[in-house]
Write a protein that binds this ligand. Structure first.
Ligand SMILES: Nc1nc2c(c(=O)[nH]1)N[C@H]1C(S)=C(S)[C@@H](COP(=O)(O)OP(=O)(O)OC[C@H]3O[C@@H](n4cnc5c(=O)[nH]c(N)nc54)[C@H](O)[C@@H]3O)O[C@H]1N2
Ligand SMILES: Nc1nc2c(c(=O)[nH]1)N[C@H]1C(S)=C(S)[C@@H](COP(=O)(O)OP(=O)(O)OC[C@H]3O[C@@H](n4cnc5c(=O)[nH]c(N)nc54)[C@H](O)[C@@H]3O)O[C@H]1N2
Ligand code: SF4
Ligand SMILES: [Mo]
Length: 752
């Protein structure tokens, strides 16, 4: 209950809203009077946060009405990027955008229109629906970096992605490239509680993180070498006889082949590749295999390792299978998509996209598991067994670096328009110099945003978007988990903001899709989605107020009843789906995207190993840098370097340093820490300087400290299976910035 608000005041309503500043989607109670929010606090009844809010959640009211917010539709007046804007009406903006999209479709085909998204922040089924009905297969997110390839590889081999970890009776939790201590606070709180009850925690992370500090075992591997470690764990578990013989006998195919395949991947083989002691590798494998039930929780690190990513997620996934840690109490659960409410996939209208348009999806000839060729196969298997398919928005997309390249080169065909919604492409996608050039070059650019981001700055139109307190949220994991938590808007959107749903719907209606958008508001759409749950409510808001969330009774060992959603209906230790798509049916060793063994010449020039990212508080990717209360906590960017290495390079704690790869260089300040190996460098992600000028050439200082200038999207560095590009496990060098002044635009290959 709020301490600062007198609830006896007349006319105060308490709205059950949420914080959408990260994927935890914590519950928020908003105290509203006369259409204004007086105060917010954590919702004690929300199962995720149980009343707590982190520092980001706590500043939601500053975010809601910050002076730098975009509040009205804007149309560019001067040249692209000149910073001159005209305020126009929504009708004018939508009419003009629709006319332009119609013209592009007539001249170049619907596939010439693309849309970019970021991490899940909004009702993306609406975007997908719009694109399917418009006829373009070229929507994308940075999904290829964030869980989606893992989801698809795991679904290929055991019919669903076990993202639900049943921790209450677990005895061992592996945090593999996952640091909830900084990236998922509510989750971390739960883990700390379980540790008190004896849960063993293994952390696999090159950095001594918040989570590593609570671990029973920390494996500080060379960035990008996860595949070698996972193969060695398979070797130990299989050849020391620690596997689950009954599960393998009854539920799996291909065990003998897998055993032979991993025979030579011994800890001694993996040691020089991972920089880990072979005994430490054995200890980890034994701890996971013998403390059952156990869990391997998804972490984003492997998804971002480029070339070896697909094989590494495949090997990690097999560890669950050989130990029988699948769908058993306390293990990783195969929940399948909800059969009770309408999932995102059922809202997407995928069946309306013609086959010949699906075939034009950019990158789908190479990165098949995350695009129509692989998704189509896997979705059908899921439909056969579960009755429903995973969400296509996310799991089945154009390959982002290939789209940016298509804008620049016209290959495989011209791309003329990019609609950006809920992403800051220059700061979050790989090889920022290339992304920036693509944004500058594309004929038509529209951005739906809260802020003037670099992509807003370069746009033809910027549309003001309503945030989490101004819209209802239907929270189910990427639209395909078995549960839903429903929250409501605290207030109607302020100024002239609208929801992303409104944008796609209103644009669709102007392009002949009116019949396909029967829901006038998100509440109506959400009501349609929860209606089959059968709670007998007459509106979505009533559902939020009376029901709030729906968690079905969980059934363990479902495979006994329905089998696994694979061609053989078993866990495929030798994957027929991957083989049919032209990939290895078992994970085979590939070195990190850039590494000292395969490319000693490069390693001579760039002797240190770089990993980029790792969520850190108080920021969420490139967001919230405008908000003084948060920026005050961390004003400047920091990279981690071991003191021994810093000393050799003449770098002191707090010095500005250049970090350079083959793609370019950026500046961050040195944080000297014993928590990483002397050959490893960790840079922070997301950084830009919204306080700088919001026009060319400054563009909010979006390149200066932006770690994605360093990453690689070259085809050779991308995972051939899922299309992940290389953010982690690259080669770099570091040297001191002679003058400590920050001058914007001073990076890139020109060496200025
Ligand atoms: N080098 C490197 N790169 C990385 C990572 C890394 O570790 N290292 N991490 C990767 C990962 S895991 C991810 S998920 C991506 C994240 O990439 P992005 O999602 O692009 O990152 P954000 O900075 O969160 O950008 C989101 C933008 O959307 C706006 N926004 C927020 N909510 C809404 C909304 O509801 N509607 C609209 N229209 N706009 C909204 C915000 O103001 C912000 O500008 O970055 C990836 N990039
Ligand atoms: N504060 C904050 N929280 C966030 C976000 C944020 O931007 N800020 N982003 C949200 C999003 S979209 C996501 S996807 C999640 C991601 O959350 P997590 O899954 O926790 O991923 P990260 O924090 O990006 O990275 C996890 C760890 O991977 C380690 N790592 C780096 N390279 C490697 C490697 O090669 N191998 C291994 N094994 N580990 C490596 C890093 O040191 C880091 O500690 O966080 C969410 N929460
Ligand atoms: S930003 Fe903080 S309060 Fe908001 S959802 Fe994430 S963890 Fe919860
Ligand atoms: Mo992410």
């Amino acid at each position: 209950m709020s301490k600062n608000i007198d609830l006896t005041q007349e006319g105060i309503q308490v709205k059950r809203s949420c914080c959408f500043f990260c994927h935890q989607n914590c519950g928020v109670l908003a105290y509203v009077k006369d259409g204004r929010i007086l105060e917010i606090e954590g919702d004690p009844n929300n199962p995720t946060n149980q009343g707590a809010l982190c520092c980001r959640g706590n500043i939601a009211l500053k975010h809601l009405d910050h002076p730098a917010r975009v509040n009205y539709p804007l149309k560019r007046k001067g040249k692209r990027g000149s910073g001159e804007w005209e305020r126009i009406s929504w009708d004018q903006a939508l009419d003009e955008i629709a006319a332009k999209l119609d013209q592009i479709r007539n001249e170049f085909g619907a596939e010439a229109v693309t849309t970019a998204g970021g991490t899940q922040r909004t009702d993306d089924w609406a975007r997908r629906r719009f694109m399917n009905l418009y006829g373009s297969p070229n929507g994308f997110h940075n999904a290829h970096l964030c869980w989606i390839p893992t989801f698809m590889v795991e679904t290929a081999i055991y019919g669903w992605c076990p993202f639900e970890t049943d921790l209450t009776s677990s005895r061992c939790l592996v945090q593999w490239g996952h640091n909830p201590g900084a990236s998922g606070m509510p989750e971390m709180r739960g883990i700390n509680d379980l540790k008190q009850k004896g849960l063993k925690v293994i952390v696999i992370d090159p950095k001594f993180t918040e989570t590593a500090s609570k671990a029973d075992l920390w494996l500080p591997l060379r960035p990008g070498s996860d595949l070698a470690l996972a193969l060695a764990w398979l070797n130990v578990i299989i050849w020391e006889g620690l596997y689950d013989a009954a599960f393998i006998e009854n539920c799996c195919v291909g065990f003998n082949e897998l055993a032979q395949h991993v025979k030579d991947y011994t800890p001694e083989w993996a040691a020089p590749l991972t920089w880990l002691d072979p005994e430490l590798i054995r200890e980890g494998a034994r701890m996971y295999a013998t403390n059952k039930p156990g869990n391997i929780q998804w972490g984003v690190a492997i998804d971002q390792s480029g070339t070896p990513a697909g094989a590494a997620m495949h090997a990690r996934a097999l560890l669950r299978a050989v130990t029988g840690n699948l769908d058993a109490p306390g293990s990783d659960l195969l929940t399948g998509p909800s059969k009770e409410f309408i999932t995102d996939e059922e809202m997407e209208a995928n069946e309306w996209l013609p086959e010949e348009q699906k075939a034009k999806q950019i990158g789908s000839d190479r990165y098949k598991i995350t695009s129509w060729p692989g998704y189509g196969k896997i979705a059908q298997l899921c439909k056969d067994v579960w009755g429903k398919a995973p969400t296509a928005e996310w799991m089945c997309e154009a390959h982002p670096p290939s789209v940016y390249r298509a804008i620049l080169t016209g290959e495989p065909y011209p791309v003329k328009a990019l609609l950006v919604s809920a992403t800051n492409p220059v700061n979050s996608y790989g090889e920022s110099l290339q992304v920036l050039e693509a944004l500058r070059k594309v004929d038509f650019l529209v951005t739906c945003e809260y802020w003037m981001t670099p992509s807003s700055m370069l746009s033809d139109y910027v549309l003001p978007i309503a945030g989490a307190l101004e819209r209802p949220t239907f929270h189910s994991v990427y639209g395909c988990s078995d549960f839903v938590i429903a929250t409501q808007r605290a207030i109607q959107p302020m100024y002239e903001r609208r929801t992303d749903f409104d944008f796609w719907r209103d644009l669709g209606i102007r392009l002949g899709q009116a019949e396909m958008w029967p829901w006038e508001t998100l509440e109506e759409a959400n009501y349609y989605r929860i209606y089959p749950l059968g709670y007998g409510v007459s509106s979505y808001d009533e559902f939020v107020e009376k029901v709030f969330y729906h968690f079905p009774e969980r059934e363990y060992y479902k495979y006994g009843r329905i089998g696994f959603a694979t061609p053989s209906r078993r866990v495929e230790l030798v994957s027929s789906t991957l083989a049919e798509l032209g990939y290895p049916s078992m994970p085979t060793y590939i070195g990190p995207a850039e590494n000292e063994n395969d490319d000693p010449d490069l390693a001579e020039k760039f002797p240190l190993v770089l990993t980029t990212g790792g969520g850190f508080m108080p920021f969420h990717h490139s967001e919230h840098f405008q908000i003084e209360e948060l920026r005050f906590l961390r004003y400047e960017p920091y990279m981690d370097i071991n003191p021994t290495t810093a000393d050799k390079l003449g770098i002191k704690d707090g010095d500005w340093v250049w970090i350079e790869t083959e793609r370019g260089r950026i500046k961050q300040k040195a944080n000297l820490t014993q928590g990483i190996h002397p050959r490893v460098i960790v840079t922070q992600r997301g950084w830009w300087y919204p306080e700088r000028e919001a026009c060319e050439p400054e563009l909010g200082g979006c390149l200066e400290s932006n770690t994605n200038v360093l990453t690689s999207v070259a085809d050779k560095d991308c995972d051939p299976i899922g299309g992940s590009w290389a953010n982690r496990g690259l080669l770099c060098r570091v040297y001191k910035v002679e003058s400590s002044t920050i001058t914007s635009g001073s990076n890139g290959k020109d060496g200025k």
